[in-house]
Ligand binder design. Structure first.
Ligand code: ADE
Length: 424
């Protein structure tokens, strides 16, 4: 932590990177028209005035556009990253000069990670904004004194929403949380096209291998697995998927993706990516049967999908080959390459989802904060969804920004849709 600049209001790696960070944020702003239109609209009315928003979400150029938008709408903002390897130090430096309580730097250890969350909680939030629910868990476990002032929170990701629903079912969730993940303009775009492109980007930046002709294995064929599979297929890979859910496996097979168990896939795969949100998806017996040169990575939120302790037990030699690419040599000479320490390969080895996709995800986050500020006090404790009309509104602004027009139903067609006297 030698290079860390300390200040009561923020802590980042290197403030001299701020100009680089500002350019990155400006670049993202030019590709995020939905969020920018919300900024323009609400900068005038300041609906978030008086709100203190504490966020725990990857510090990227896209997140900076969200933060600036929350601030423009009147909120005070404090922020930490939600993954030790995803903070873009230049972006963090820029934010530290914009009156944001930012506590984030690349390569945090666990203690620094929670220290940073705790510093953002010193701001005594009225609203929390999460990706992975670590902030909400921290409030519940260590800072229950803050419940009184917190109106509500939001959650970005599938894994986080699952856990919060379990917490709510057990009666343990102490405030209302909006499941941003469940908005169609989030999961049906971010999880599929965002994860697909950015994960392949991370794999290629870390390895520069040719994907054409390779056996590319996605553990899981949910939205994220499907996105990775689509993009790998587009680059000429033979795609294989492993699943536990019959309907997902059936979809994969009808989409031309081979389905097999991980025990079988481990023997033939060249590149493996876990997308499941589950722990121990690739374990010792799988590493033991992999081919020489296999590349292994993860794009799920937590770094528990690859059991790297198991791999360590099999490893006789380790070398860092390139950024985010570690070679493990096994006793018989086979080599397995692990990318980004098994953490989110798209954020650790590349720049996360492209701005155009995060535009919609973060428009939903912004709307969640607005909804909570407006009527959060009337919401019950538990997990809530954003109204469906918002999805259509966000999609419409996005389409307008792309210059794409829609047809409209005539009054006669509208009547036809509900006319039960008509048959064949
Ligand atoms: N999650 C995935 N991609 C992201 C990005 N670019 N910014 C913030 N969170 C992300």
């Amino acid at each position: 932590m030698n290079t860390v600049t300390e200040n009561v209001k923020f802590k980042v790696a290197d403030q001299s990177l701020a100009e680089e960070g500002r350019l990155l944020i400006d670049w993202a702003e030019s590709r995020m028209p939905v969020l920018m239109s919300l900024r323009e609209k609400f900068a005038k009315t300041q609906p978030l005035k008086g709100q203190r928003i504490t966020g725990c979400l990857h510090v990227t150029k896209e997140t900076a556009v969200l933060i600036r938008t929350l601030k423009a709408a009147g909120a005070e903002v404090a922020w930490s990253g939600c993954n030790p390897l995803s903070t873009h130090d230049a972006v963090a430096a820029a934010l530290s000069q914009e009156d944001i309580g930012i506590f984030a730097w690349y390569g945090q250890n666990t203690e620094e990670f929670y220290w940073s969350i705790d510093r953002t909680l010193d701001f005594k939030p009225t609203l929390t904004l999460d990706d992975g629910a670590d902030l909400i868990f921290r409030v519940h476990a260590e800072h229950p004194n803050l419940f009184e002032g917190i109106i509500g929170g939001s959650e970005e990701t599938t894994t986080g929403v699952h856990r919060l629903r379990a917490m709510a079912d057990d009666g343990k969730l102490m405030y209302p949380v909006i499941a941003v993940n469940d908005a169609e303009t989030k999961w049906d775009f971010d999880n599929v096209y965002g994860t697909g492109q950015s994960s392949l980007d991370g794999i290629l930046r870390a390895t520069s291998v040719l994907l054409a002709g390779k056996n590319f294995v996605t553990a899981g064929y949910g939205h994220c697995g499907k996105g990775c599979a689509m993009r790998a297929k587009g680059m000429g890979a033979n795609v294989i998927t492993t699943e536990i859910k019959p309907t997902a496996a059936l979809k994969a097979t009808l989409e031309g993706v081979q389905v097999m168990t991980m025990d079988e896939a481990a023997k033939v795969g060249d590149v493996f990516i876990t997308t499941t949100g589950m722990k121990d998806v690739i374990v010792k017996r799988h590493f033991e049967s992999m081919k020489d040169g296999a590349i292994v990575c993860n794009t799920g939120h937590y770094d528990c999908e690859l059991n790297l302790e198991d791999l360590a037990e099999l490893t006789v030699n380790k070398r860092e080959m390139r950024d985010n690419c570690i070679e493990h040599t096994l006793a018989d000479g086979r080599r397995i390459y692990v990318l980004a320490e098994g953490r989110l390969v798209n954020l650790a080895a590349a720049e996360g989802h492209p701005s155009e996709v995060m535009d919609m995800s973060f428009a939903n986050q912004f709307q969640a904060m607005m909804m909570l500020a407006e009527k959060g006090k009337d919401l019950e404790r538990g997990v809530h969804e954003l109204p469906e009309e918002l999805d259509q509104e966000i999609a419409k602004i996005k389409l307008d920004s792309m210059g794409l027009d829609l047809d409209e139903l005539t009054p006669d067609q509208i009547a036809y849709a509900t006319d039960y006297s008509q048959g064949t």
